[in-house]
Design a protein around this ligand. Structure first.
Ligand SMILES: [Fe+2]
Length: 306
């Protein structure tokens, strides 16, 4: 079986997910409790991340494969609004698609964080499969399954709030994915609710589901994009967050579940392909084909070097 064709037993109880969709539509986000297995995977990823990010820079950079956007990235290339204000975090990504590269097996012993993120991704994919099936049944019964696994990735962010003077470690933005599932070990994430930013109060026992711009296109904007930001707590302890960024696989026909004036004629796959460029990355197609060879530019680091 190819590492990408993950075919798992269907859901435990999809009706529970179906009951949450009106809440997602009205409230703009959802909280999904982590079952004990997922909770253990989150704890393991955070424990491995604490050790990994504490290593010297040259050691961390050994686990970085920029052409595949896999592994470690220094603070700098990724931003939320403008390149001059990067997200003030180091990060580590594990793309499901990159499981096809046996070269990455060499990371197994030296970087347990990588394997921990892959394990978490498998569990989170089960959750998202149920969530999307529920959304489909709610908005467009009978529509085909939305395939996402091969274009989706897991990311661990490591913030050191007290080192930065900015009030916001990440500027307000909506994600360019279908949904983001996020958890964290410390305060900072804020969600826009009724026009004001409020603390997300997320902890490792659950994930917050934040709709991205592609989900709004899928639902004719019945589900609004979830604006969010990360506030600087000024704490000296590192803040860790784990995100499951869910993209549609780009080799599928993707008709919106609900079509109206807001999304008429819009090619959602084309939007998914272009979305990463908005945040300092190559296109999704280039990432998935392993040709993300445009150097990730970092005006922040260039300025800092001057
Ligand atoms: Fe975000």
């Amino acid at each position: 079986m190819s590492p990408l064709s993950v075919d798992r037993a269907p859901s435990r109880d999809r009706s529970a997910y179906l009951a949450m969709i009106p809440q997602l539509e009205q409230q703009g986000f959802l909280r999904l409790p982590a079952n004990p297995v997922l909770r253990q995977a989150v704890d393991c990823a955070f424990a491995q991340a604490s050790g990994f990010f504490a290593r010297p820079a040259e050691e961390k950079l050994r686990y970085s494969h920029p052409e595949w956007v896999e592994g470690y990235r220094e603070l700098g290339p990724e931003y939320s609004q403008v390149p001059e204000r990067p997200d003030l975090t180091e990060s580590f990504s594990a793309w499901n698609h990159n499981r096809v590269h046996p070269e990455l097996d060499a990371w197994r012993d030296g970087c347990l964080l990588h394997g921990a993120l892959r394990d978490a991704a498998d569990l989170l994919a089960d959750v998202v499969r149920d969530l999307f099936a529920a959304m489909r049944d709610y908005f467009a019964p009978g529509a085909p399954d939305l395939r996402f696994f091969g274009a989706t990735y897991t990311q661990l962010n490591h913030y050191e709030p007290a080192r930065h003077r900015r009030k916001l470690l990440q500027d307000p933005h909506e994600d360019g994915h279908l949904v983001t599932l996020v958890t964290s070990n410390a305060p900072g994430l804020e969600l826009q609710v009724g026009g004001a930013f409020v603390p997300a109060n997320v902890s490792p026992d659950h994930f917050v589901v934040m709709p991205g711009s592609l989900l709004s296109l899928m639902t004719g904007y019945r589900v609004k994009p979830g604006y969010h930001q990360v506030r600087n707590s000024r704490r000296t302890d590192p803040r860790l967050s784990m995100m499951f960024f869910v993209n549609p696989e780009i080799d599928q026909q993707l008709a919106p579940w609900i079509e109206n004036d807001s999304n008429k004629g819009i090619d959602i796959i084309a939007r998914a392909n272009a979305a990463p460029k908005q945040f300092g990355y190559p296109s999704l197609k280039d990432i998935l084909s392993g040709h993300a060879d445009t150097p990730l530019e970092s005006p922040y680091l260039a300025n800092a070097a001057q």
